[in-house]
Design a protein around this ligand. Structure first.
Ligand code: MLT
Length: 271
């Protein structure tokens, strides 16, 4: 993956690109989860069908992307607009857009704001519903944790929820990788993401109305976005394809890259 940067107004959008000079390639845009960065998609970059190019942006404040001025009150749409800006700056007319968890929320926001830009969607370990009252209380607790302990506290709290039980036992290298990635993120970026997620709207109608091919991926051991969430999404739009990955927690693309990549490859090959 090649590291690239573009500048939009006074800020920088950083992204990885698997084929920056191949302008004829069809684009797949994958959006990272919380509180991670685009580096989580490395294992997907070499698993694309011929003629495809993966672009993975760092959302504002994460990875190499700078925060933006004047984004208060923060909205999940800010992230979607950044992805739309990136597509314009790279003169990408349409792409398959997808994301994991928070990246799925951003994908759904993009599908609502600019449906013509998406020729397909991948919704991994995510949900269309807004936060519940309990979920919002957890977000407030997370904001307090960030204030008290910064990204290290967030890593300690999140890792057992992100990496599934089987992967924690069978893949000892995964937790340190995820911990490093979280600790590289700034408290401001993480705070901004929590505030955006807690105020995001329900996107069920967006999914119901979707007419482009859509792949839903779930992890059998995912406690953050359980399989039941993915099944509800599949019921909301029965034209979607649902793949449940056995033995996977929330980070299905990192925990079971071969299965994730296989599902992604099959899906893209049919477009
Ligand atoms: C994520 O993985 O992006 C988050 O856990 C999503 C969330 O907290 O709702």
């Amino acid at each position: 993956m090649h590291r690239r940067y573009v500048h939009s107004e006074s800020r920088t959008i950083a992204y990885f690109d698997s084929a920056p000079t191949n302008h004829a390639a069809r684009a797949l845009i994958l959006i990272h989860g919380f509180p991670l960065a685009a580096a989580m998609w490395e294992a997907q970059s070499t698993a694309l069908p011929t003629g495809w190019r993966l672009i993975a942006p760092d959302l504002r404040g994460f990875g190499g992307s700078t925060l933006a001025d004047g984004d208060d009150p923060p909205s999940i749409d800010d992230y979607a607009r950044d992805v739309i800006d990136l597509m314009h700056l790279l003169t990408i007319g349409s792409a398959v857009v997808g994301g994991l968890s928070m990246g799925g929320y951003v994908t759904l926001a993009l599908l609502r704001l600019a449906p013509a830009l998406a020729r397909g969607a991948i919704l991994a370990n995510t949900r269309t519903t807004a936060d519940t009252i309990e979920g919002r209380a957890n977000r407030r607790a997370m904001l307090a944790l960030i204030d008290r302990e910064g990204p290290s506290g967030v890593a300690r709290d999140m890792i057992p929820k992100l990496v599934g039980k089987t992967s924690r036992e069978m893949q000892p290298d995964l937790e340190p990788f995820v911990r490093r990635l979280i600790k590289q993120q700034s408290a401001d970026a993480i705070r901004g993401a929590v505030r955006r997620m807690m105020d995001r709207p329900d996107s069920t109608t967006t999914l119901e109305r979707l007419t482009v091919p859509t792949l839903i991926i779930a992890g059998e051991e995912d406690d953050l976005t359980p399989v039941a969430d993915a099944e509800r999404m599949h019921v909301a739009n029965p034209d979607t394809e649902l793949v449940v990955i056995a033995g996977s927690g929330h980070l299905s693309n990192l925990e079971h890259p071969q299965v994730f990549n296989g599902a992604m490859h099959n899906f893209l090959s049919r477009l």
